[in-house]
Unconditional design. Sequence first.
Lengths: 326, 338
Amino acid sequence: MFAYLVKRVFQAIAVMFVISLIGFAIQDNLGDPLRELVGQSVSEEVRQELRDERGLNDSFMTQYLRFAGNARRGDLGTSYFFKEPALDVILKKLPATMELVLGATIIIIGLSIPVGVYTAIYPNTIISRLIMGISIIGISIPVFLTAILMIYVFSVEYGWFPSYGRGDVVHVFGYWETNFATVDGWMHILLPSIALASIMLPLFVRLIRAEMMEVLQSEYVKYAKAKGIRPWRIYFVHALKNTLLPVITVGGVQIGTMVADTILTETVFQWPGMGFMFLEAVNRVDTPLIVAYLIVVGFIFVVTNTIVDLIYGLVNPTVNLARMGA
Amino acid sequence: MSLLSVRDLSVKFAMRDTTVTALDQISFDLAKGERLGIVGESGAGKSITGFALMNLLSRPGFVDKGKIMFQGDDIVQMPEARMRNIRGNQMAMIFQDPMVTLNPVLTIGQQMVETLQAHRKLSKAEAEQIAIVKLREVYIPSPEERLKQYPHELSGGMRQRIIIAIALLLDPQLIIADEPTTALDVTIQADIMELLLELCQSNKVGLILITHDLGVVSQMTERTLVMYAGRIIEAGRTREIINDPQHPYTQGLINALPQQTKPGQRLKQIPGNMPSLTAIPAGCPFSPRCEFVKPHCLTEAPKTVQYAHVEVACHEVNRLHSSTDSITQSDKAEEIQA
């Protein structure tokens, strides 16, 4: 187990190295940072001086090593716009995004398992056919369209839910403020969570259904029936556990993807999270902030995948984590 | 009264625009504690018979006609809740491949305890005690530790022993074993069969052994059914069927055994293949492969008749018998068993 953990941590470091390299290469090719810093009225000599001062004329490798060295100490550069360390800017926005992802994840897990199982057990009922039809529509409609549609219907037409912002948040610790402590907070997070879940939810319903239908055809399910086991036990103990094994793996990747997907949802709902911040940073050509965002999202991706792999090893008895470290 | 009595059982499969007959009016009986073999080629309907007896035909298969009387009740008409109480309890099944029969994510203990708890009010500890006793009966070493293990930690032979132990958990009246050793190593096959025979005899459990191996049938069973294209074409005491088969198909099967051929000779095959269920020939289904075929074999389905100790479905059974030399076949049972 410990050896496996060490191996996974080394893999994660390798992935982070590649991400930082790509992130830095983007920064290096995203135009002249001096233009953003000093504007157009400064003479070319002063510009050259400033470039030398900031090491912008050094070779790519020298610049990267300096960047990586700083990054290792938690310094991802200073945002041009906010004039603060980029990491601090992101960490202030992180809780809002993570709560949004959490809300969407709860919706996805809470609905996809029962719905997926139901449509697998009764594939031919009208309800199942309806669900499968709707799921195709859900996958096909882009998130921003779903979001705008929901704002139009539920905020503008009916006025049930607020259309933007986080509403009343309660401070928990550090930068963390939560939506889940007040009614107003819940009202604000509901629509964005549903919008964010709208692509992944149908995907997971279909995935769980397909896996479950395959498992229900297996010999061990037939054998459980031949032993006289009750149907609910066959479905939820024998079949569901085997169904969820591949779903866990896919789920880990998708949580990371969802963090990146928040860009669209947050923009439409003016949600003050990392995604919204990223889009603003792009508009302002705030290169250090863009690169810092890429690296933080990459880090979240790597961490969730590592955790999911560990969980998979604990759930699946045929995976021996102790032996996999060797 | 017989334990099991099957009458005119027909099983069909609903295809897109037609139905295919997989079992065509088969009838047989099984006395309490009797061991019956069902032999035939792949696709003859042996496994379907087994699953029909458990009322576990998976779609698109369904029982079209007929009765399956088990201890006086018709399984075909039985409500699912009562049927579930019979499955695993009074009628247990042993599947073909032990590598895929046990659930990979549940421990042996969980899979044994749930079977007991599905039919009897027992605590987990009580159920585990029964499980340990049964594991000892099938010669599983240190059964207490096995309960905590997962299937992948055990060998194929060990798993099939555990499946036999699960079959015996609730002291059933009947065990249906569907090719229980085909997926196993040759060296383990004999052990498993011997164990199954010993346990059926000592517990007075009825056995239906589905196999394509005539040698196994001659060792294990008292009576045998020979199936071909969804029909029973010959039935009788195993000894008589092996020693003095009446149907040309059964004769072909026995002559094809390696023991019937001298070293260096080619094995005697039955020419052709069994017909697909979608294209069973009219008349006698075996007629295209039969060396004794007569014109009426191609048009009229043969009736089952009693002939020389066995029941056989063949028009030409009289003529056949006069042409076969029954004296040379008298020692075949011993030969095949060896």
